[in-house]
Design a protein. Sequence first.
Length: 146
Amino acid sequence: MPNIATVLKAEISRVARKDARAETQPLKKASSQYRSDIAALKRRVLALEKQLSRVLRSGRKASAPEAAEEGAGNGLRFSAKGLAAQRRRLGLTAAATAKLLNVSVQSVYKWEEGKTRPRASQLPAIASLRKMGKLEAAKRLAELPG
């Protein structure tokens, strides 16, 4: 006949394993659910990033024809850096450039910073700056009232 201590020890081990299993089973299920949720979220993020890149690519393609159409009507283009370079080349201040173009000084600053774009009606005057020299710009400024 087995020793009572051995039987008692075996029974205690069995009950302890059963209790531990009962305590850890919900945690294992929750952990498994969290892992599957994380995997689903990762897939969704990947799909959304792909969709975003497609939208950005199509947005660039759509904006390129718009810009071409904007300048296509009269063949004039506008560049913020170009306007700033023209102003420096002619040795004009922003106020003098604004006076020549018949616009506000703030408009010139915003155009050069690239914050806004000139209206289509203002593009011919801006284009005429390209053809001017320093002397002609000074002469036109002197002719203007004010």
